[in-house]
Design a protein around this ligand. Structure first.
Ligand SMILES: NC(=O)c1ccc[n+]([C@@H]2O[C@H](COP(=O)([O-])OP(=O)(O)OC[C@H]3O[C@@H](n4cnc5c(N)ncnc54)[C@H](O)[C@@H]3O)[C@@H](O)[C@H]2O)c1
Length: 432
């Protein structure tokens, strides 16, 4: 059993803290947002993540998980302090490091004895060394510490599963024994543990996100060609996926990636490459293709509605950037809804989990209680997020309650022949 403090209780920090507690450790979570901490203390989850609430409740009850805004309650006692604060995009495309900076200063001020500081946030290469210096500036004499990079690879929507069943755990440090101690926290998970130096671990995270984003932009570029040339991108991806050298499960054509990671991380990688005189052409192309897909989708809807969306009623199914999360950061839906509204359409939407977030981010949008209500009397239905509950809707009923018959499938979820059989004018992305 170790004493762990997790700084930042967001989409990464909270699941990680709950899982570490579930493995038998004593975990204190420190967050600067008092309302969030109060909510957690009342047993309410500030985010939606399947399985999170139950695990948090179980471990709070067992006395292994505690929430506070007070650094003095978490840092001095801790063997390990995990930094899991946000690293959003700065206005110029670099990474905004202000949260990491402020967390590192506070950690430095409260260190006591020997502590291993583990950075879980996704941070530009070189941050570990910078954090080491920041802590040195703010700590008092006699305290000792090591800085370790331990990037997180969990996917929102399956964060609990991913944390407990990682493909690998990456740990980087100049201090080998500190890295091994962090490795021991993950021993119960029986995952391969990759120990590297600090900068290599930081680069593994960016390189992994960039290649995943690359797969998406790559297959989307192929999708655009399929559409122009009369091929079916879904079958193309299936045909490619048999090749063991190709990561087939990530070749999903559609309206592109969103979320709090791929967009900002690929952008940051391109900026850092440029800063160091490395040509970032490939990274920039990934971003460009991704941006193109949103506009392409809106143009396609307009074309299928006779050239313009003006005066049309349009239903949106799915607002979160992917299924099983309420996260709408950088979601394609944000740009698509706005473009449709700007074009003069009346837009209604339904999402199984992101309605509260949508109310905040898209104040002018009419929100419906289910997919049927959103589609009723609509000229077109647009599927933007492939939630399970959209897979087996009564499509006959949807069609009969609509004013028009257009179904534009931004995730290639439906079978085109089946949808045409029901009477829809069906369009996917990259298939005719
Ligand atoms: N969301 C993901 O799926 C995911 C996956 C892998 C890695 N990451 C990375 O993990 C990091 C965290 O991402 P997230 O999605 O959990 O962010 P988030 O915004 O959901 O959570 C960050 C939390 O940190 C808190 N915080 C900010 N400054 C603080 C401080 N000084 N002290 C204490 N708490 C502070 C915020 O209040 C917030 O609760 C980012 O670097 C991100 O790139 C995210």
């Amino acid at each position: 059993m170790s004493k762990i403090c997790v700084v930042g209780t967001g989409y990464v920090g909270l699941p990680a803290a709950a899982c570490f507690a579930d493995l038998g450790n004593d975990v204190v979570c420190v967050d600067v947002v008092a309302a969030k901490v109060e909510q957690l203390r009342r047993g309410e989850m500030p985010i939606y993540e399947p399985g999170l609430e139950e695990m948090v409740h179980r471990n709070v009850k067992a006395g292994r998980l505690y929430f506070t805004t007070d650094y003095t309650k978490g840092i001095p006692e801790a063997d390990f302090v995990f930094i899991a604060v946000g690293t959003p995009e700065a206005p110029d495309g670099h990474t905004d490091m202000s949260y990491v900076e402020s967390a590192a200063k506070s950690i430095g001020q409260h260190l006591h004895g020997h502590t291993i500081i583990v950075n879980k946030s996704t941070v530009p290469i070189g941050t570990g060394d910078w954090v080491h210096g920041l802590i040195a500036e703010h700590t008092t004499e006699g305290q000792t510490y090591a800085v370790v990079s331990n990037p997180e690879f969990m996917r929102e929507g399956q964060a609990m599963f991913d944390f407990l069943n990682p493909d690998r755990v990456v740990i980087g440090s100049a201090d080998r024994s500190a890295a091994e101690e962090v490795g021991r926290l993950y021993e119960p998970l029986n995952a391969p543990i990759v120990i590297t130096d600090l900068r290599t671990a930081e680069m593994i995270k960016y390189a992994s996100n960039a290649i995943l984003a690359n797969y998406i932009s790559f297959i989307n570029q192929i999708a655009l060609m399929c559409e122009a040339l009369g091929a079916d991108v879904k079958q193309v991806a299936q045909g490619m996926a048999y090749d063991k050298r190709i990561a087939g499960q990530f070749l999903n054509a559609g309206i592109g990636y969103g979320g709090s990671c791929f967009p900002k991380d690929v952008k940051s990688l391109a900026m850092v490459a440029n800063d160091h005189n490395v040509d970032p052409t490939l990274f920039r192309s990934i971003i460009e293709v991704n941006n193109v897909m949103r506009q392409f989708f809106v143009n396609k809807v307009a074309k299928l509605l006779g050239g313009s969306v003006k005066g049309k009623e349009i239903a949106i199914w799915g607002l979160s950037f992917k299924p099983n999360t309420d996260d709408m950061r950088e979601a394609p839906s944000l740009d698509i809804v706005k473009a449709l509204q700007d074009g003069g359409a009346t837009v209604r939407a339904y999402d199984p989990m992101a309605m509260d977030v949508a109310r905040r981010l898209l104040p002018g949008l009419t929100l419906c209680t289910d997919a049927y209500e959103a589609a009723a009397s609509a000229d077109a239905v647009l599927l933007l997020t492939e939630w399970n509950e959209f897979k087996q809707l009564d499509m006959e009923r949807i069609k009969s309650e609509m004013r028009g018959n257009l179904l534009v499938d931004g995730r290639n979820l439906y079978d085109p022949a089946e949808m045409r059989e029901v009477g829809f004018t069906y369009a996917g992305v990259g298939r005719n």
